[in-house]
Design a binder for this molecule. Structure first.
Ligand code: S3P
Length: 175
């Protein structure tokens, strides 16, 4: 079995929730890049961005990804923009299986608006409060596609169905 299962995908698509269930099913550890960032910084994503801009957050995020690249038998949930750190993905993907959790933009928009976590974890990406999510997804989708070994269209699937799809793919990939 691979050393790491890495979940990538847009904001609020469910990476952390699905990652925790997948880790339990695999008897793997679980790490979330935003959690590593906030632990290292001693403050929330929003506070980091408020104080030092996105540049400050991305610096913390890059260090978190480098740390997680050393993990073994671990499911890693990455922040939606983690794929932009091109320099760390060679290391991160070694002996790993990367899954793109894809969701439609309207569902994602609803989840961002409805998730209390968004208040401290998902400040506006362009700083003016209203992000052009279509444009951000259009920019990132080719990178998600390039980095992923497998794509799950979360669509109308529930958490357990997504986890099962990933487990099934992992099993097929090993045989
Ligand atoms: C971000 C996504 C967030 C968090 C930060 C930046 C992004 O994580 O890392 O707000 O650039 O899309 P989630 O993908 O868990 O929402």
């Amino acid at each position: 079995m691979k050393k790491r299962i890495i979940l990538i995908g847009f904001r609020a698509v469910g990476k952390t929730t699905i990652g925790k269930k997948l880790a339990a099913a695999l008897n793997y550890g679980f790490m979330d890049s935003d959690e590593v960032v906030t632990e290292n910084a001693g403050k929330s994503v929003s506070e980091i961005v408020d104080e030092g801009g996105w540049e400050r957050f991305r610096s913390y995020e890059r260090e978190a990804l480098k740390k997680m690249a050393k993990s073994e038998k671990c499911v890693i949930a990455t922040g939606g923009g983690a794929v932009m750190h091109e320099e760390v993905w060679g290391l991160l993907k070694k002996d790993s299986f990367t899954v793109w959790l894809h969701g439609d933009i309207d569902t994602i928009r609803e989840r961002i608006a409805g998730d209390p976590v968004s208040l401290h974890q998902r400040p506006s990406l362009n700083g003016n409060g209203v992000d052009d999510l279509e444009q951000v997804l259009e920019t990132r989708a080719p990178i998600y596609d390039k980095l992923s070994d497998f794509k799950v269209d979360t669509g109308k699937l529930d958490i357990h169905e997504v986890v099962f799809k990933i487990l099934d793919m992992l099993e097929k990939g090993e045989n």
